[in-house]
Design a protein around this ligand. Structure first.
Ligand code: SF4
Length: 597
């Protein structure tokens, strides 16, 4: 049976999301006919065209009620319509000469989003014209996206679709209701592209990867269309959102639109479905109309060394676009550049952090392959894509493996660049960081979490602030950029500890040890040690009935909560400034002044 693997809108636009290329590579290695499409970038490429914008502006003009900003955009619709095509050509790397025009602030219409000439010169100097132009084009697209959201489709955002609808969805009802509404212009456009592909490919099965809540609605819209127009095609969903949120689903309603849900790594479940083998971690509806969970607990898997090489065939023609919203070079890596995505190892070699999904396969099953196998995969991908940049999407790449990787890349005389996730542990010595940098490592990201000794122990991170600082310094000295994941609101964390944590972070920025950071609010999830044994971190669950659809976050109390919204705003404001190289001298309490505003 032929399968079409689909990344539904919307996800990052600069490079393919890794799931379909990984699965395509594996299934083809098993003799299965597999094709893939990135419906996310295809939708964006079809949406941001002169003809489509004309239609959108016309539609918006007819709706009458427009905000002042949208009225101004509408008045300048001619500019947007004639500029969109060259902007997309430039952002997809097909016409670099446009940088000279686009980097000029006066080329663009007035917009509250656009930075001043002074800010631009501070960030890019007088020579960084290409990035400066990308930065301004990003705001141009963001203005248009906001216009579309406010006038045409409230679900639309540039890199997510209907996320707010799907973010917390204990019951399927609200989503079902949204799916029964008439198609929006965006839905129609998406389904038009999808239909053409279905008619060309003629698959027997369509598999949707749903990595985030912002991909769920669009996947189900496509499934709904398939059920109506091609009822014999089987439909399957899987991916990060499914793995974390839909494990305890009891409401069978979603099976009106799909046939199968597969969990954890998709290689073996899909292979079995496509070859009629014994199901593995696959839910479906029994003849009695009940959810059959008989294969859910299976731990059978394809070994990491046997999953094969990601295959990008079917994605190579897509014009992925580069975006730079923040001028911080580390931060821009996520949205700028065509990175080949692959894993160095499966799972996390540490796997003990109390906030992390340590009970799930994607964390708890640590498996490595030989370094020869990994670098062979890199070479095969480079040959296919013509791109030498890699984002290793590991949960935490082990230092010993990174040393072997650096040695092997150097031995094979490859010129590559790469970045990955690590734990800030003491094994990242000056020598290892230097070796990594020499072999092409340009950046790393890692969790410092709460920079407080007491909370780091509760988190069971296995690092100390001193060792983390030391390894960050070693990366910086080697010329490797660092992004730190930070957390606030961990059970029992006090206001003082939150401020102390920010002070540590301020020092790391001021010393140039980190270049970028982001604060996440702690969420107690069902699959984490802290969610399963909350008393170990000084918390207890607040009783609530489990939802019949998505379940992941658990409400909890410690008896002494701090105002998380207030502290979250201050932490993010301070860190935003630090990332721009500003605000190091501002006393910490200045960031937390507007409690009552
Ligand atoms: S938070 Fe990171 S280091 Fe900790 S267990 Fe999870 S993946 Fe591993």
């Amino acid at each position: 049976m032929k399968i079409l693997l689909v990344t539904p809108p919307l996800t990052q636009l600069n490079t393919p999301y890794p799931a379909t290329s990984q699965l395509t590579g594996f299934l083809r290695s098993q003799g299965i006919e597999a094709e893939q499409m990135d419906l996310s970038i295809e939708l964006i490429q079809h949406l941001f065209t002169p003809a489509r914008l004309e239609e959108i502006f016309q539609h918006a003009a007819e709706t009458g009620k427009l905000s002042k900003t949208n009225k101004i955009i509408l008045q300048q619709s001619d500019f947007y319509i004639r500029t969109i095509e060259p902007v997309m050509r430039f952002l997809s790397g097909n016409d670099s000469s446009l940088a000279q025009r686009f980097c000029n602030r006066s080329f663009w219409p007035q917009s509250k989003r656009f930075p001043s000439d002074d800010d631009l010169e501070w960030a890019f100097g007088l020579i960084g014209n290409h990035d400066r132009a990308t930065h301004l084009c990003t705001f141009f697209l963001k203005d248009l996206s906001e216009f579309i959201q406010q006038t045409i489709d409230p679900h639309f955002e540039l890199i997510r679709y209907a996320e707010s609808l799907c973010l917390r969805l204990p019951e399927y009802g609200p989503l079902k209701e949204a799916l029964q509404k008439p198609l929006s212009l965006i839905d129609q456009l998406m389904l038009g592209i999808f239909e053409k592909r279905i008619l060309n490919t003629k698959p027997g099965m369509v598999g949707f990867t749903i990595p985030f809540p912002g991909n769920l609605y669009s996947a189900l819209r496509c499934a709904q269309w398939l059920k109506k127009n091609h009822p014999t095609i089987k439909i399957c969903i899987g991916g990060g959102y499914v793995n974390t949120e839909l494990r305890s689903m009891t409401d069978p309603s979603i099976f009106e639109l799909i046939d199968y849900i597969v969990y954890d790594d998709g290689e073996l479940p899909l292979l079995r479905l496509l070859t009629g083998g014994v199901p593995v971690r696959t839910l479906y509806l029994s003849p009695a109309g009940e959810i059959d969970r008989s294969s859910f607990g299976s731990t059978e898997n394809i070994a990491f060394s046997d999953i094969g090489t990601p295959d990008y065939d079917g994605l190579l023609e897509n014009n992925y676009i580069n975006l730079i919203e923040l001028t911080n070079p580390m931060h821009a890596l996520w949205s700028n550049g065509r990175w080949n995505k692959m894993m160095l190892a499966h799972g996390c070699y540490w796997g003990k952090c109390t906030f992390c999904d340590g009970t799930l396969d994607y964390i708890k099953r640590y498996e490595a392959a030989s370094i020869g196998c990994i670098v062979d995969r890199m070479e095969a991908i480079m040959k296919q894509t013509g791109q030498s940049g890699f984002h290793f999407v590991d949960e935490a790449a082990p230092p010993a493996l990174l040393r072997k990787l650096a040695d092997e890349i150097t031995k094979r005389k490859l010129t590559v660049s790469y970045w990955t996730n690590v734990r800030f542990e003491k094994s990242f010595t000056p020598e290892l960081c230097y070796l990594m940098a020499q072999s092409g490592c340009i950046a790393i990201s890692g969790g410092l979490e709460v920079a407080s000794p007491r909370i780091l122990k509760l988190i069971n991170k296995g690092i100390t602030i001193d060792t983390a600082r030391e390894s960050m310094k070693n990366f910086a000295d080697a010329g490797i950029m660092t992004h730190a994941y930070l957390m606030y609101g961990f059970p029992t964390e006090t206001a003082q500890e939150t401020m102390d944590s920010l002070e540590v972070v301020r020092g790391l920025f001021a010393n140039g040890f980190i270049q970028s950071a982001f604060w996440h609010r702690y969420a107690m999830t069902i699959h984490s040690p802290s969610g399963q044994l909350p008393e170990c971190v000084g918390a207890k669950h607040i009783k609530q009935n489990p939802g019949s659809f998505a379940n992941n976050e658990i409400p909890f109390t410690t008896g002494e909560e701090i105002d998380l919204e207030f502290y979250g705003k201050g932490l993010n404001l301070a860190t935003y400034n630090y990332m721009q190289g500003a605000g190091y001298d501002v006393p910490l309490n200045e960031w937390f002044k507007n409690k009552n505003k």
